[in-house]
Structures are given as C-alpha cells and as structure tokens.
Design a protein around this ligand. Structure first.
Ligand code: SF4
Length: 142
C-alpha cells in the first residue's frame, strides 16, 4: 500500500495536529498520519487524494478547485528544489525522520511555504511551526 498524496499535502502533513474540516476528515487524517509515521511510502498523485477522501463526495468541494491545483504545483516545485530531485506524478517518497525534519526545517523558515499563500489554515500552521512541531501528528521515528 501507498499513501496517495497530492503535492501540497507534503506540506500539510508536516503541521497536522488533529484539526480539520469535519470529524470524518480528522478521523481519516489520523489514520493517514499513523501510516506516514510508520514510514509507509507516499505516492504523488494529481487532484483529490487520500486526505481529501471524506470531502470529495461534494462536487463543490474545494479539493477540485484550480487554486488548489496551483497550490500543488507550487509545493511540488518547492519540495523538488529542496531535495534536489524532480517530483513528477507517480513519484514515490518515503517519509523518513530525516526527510520530515528537512521539510519541517525549511517549512519553518518559509523556504518551501510559497504554496501556503492564501490558505485558511496558515495561522494554525504558523503556530505549529513556531512550536517546533511539538504537537504534530506525523512523527516518524526512523
Ligand atoms: S498553510 Fe495550508 S497549505 Fe500550508 S501547510 Fe498549512 S494547511 Fe497546508
């Protein structure tokens, strides 16, 4: 199995602290956070992914929107630049402790946060990063 993630969720997974759009969304995200913490491989996908799942029954859900697709592009470019490797659709990424720490360090400085512009959760993500990600739910150990 892989965790199917759209590119901007490579950022969101860094700051997830158990908050989200609905109880079903959070319940699903908790399972995904545990899978990522256990080191399950990520597969980069286009559009709605495993995190979006509980929202996509609604055809009006923002997950389908052009602005979110642009957010994906910006996140993929930023993370690819950081890791020095392209991130095409279908890329496989292992969420190791070293990778999550690298991403969080560069998230905290703003280096890879261009994709966050205009996001309604930005203040929360600022707080999580400012607190050194202490309450973040994705927590690989190796
Ligand atoms: S600000 Fe929005 S896009 Fe950026 S990490 Fe937080 S939830 Fe994700």
């Amino acid at each position: 199995m892989t965790v199917r993630l759209r590119a901007h969720h490579l950022l969101c997974m860094l700051t997830y602290v158990g908050k989200g759009y609905s109880p079903a969304f959070v319940e699903n995200y908790e399972v995904i956070a545990a899978r990522l913490s256990a080191g399950e491989e990520i597969e980069l996908v286009a559009g709605p992914d495993d995190i979006c799942g509980p929202l996509t029954a609604d055809s009006e859900a923002h997950c389908h929107g052009a602005s979110v697709i642009a957010r994906d592009r910006a996140a993929a470019d930023a993370v690819a630049r950081l890791i020095g490797s392209p991130l095409p659709l279908g890329a496989r990424i292992t969420p190791t402790l070293a990778l999550i720490e690298l991403l969080r360090a560069n998230f905290a400085t703003g280096e890879i946060r261009g994709a966050c512009t205009g996001c309604e959760w930005s203040d929360l993500c600022d707080q999580v990063a400012g607190d050194a990600f202490a309450s973040a739910r994705v927590a690989p150990t190796r």
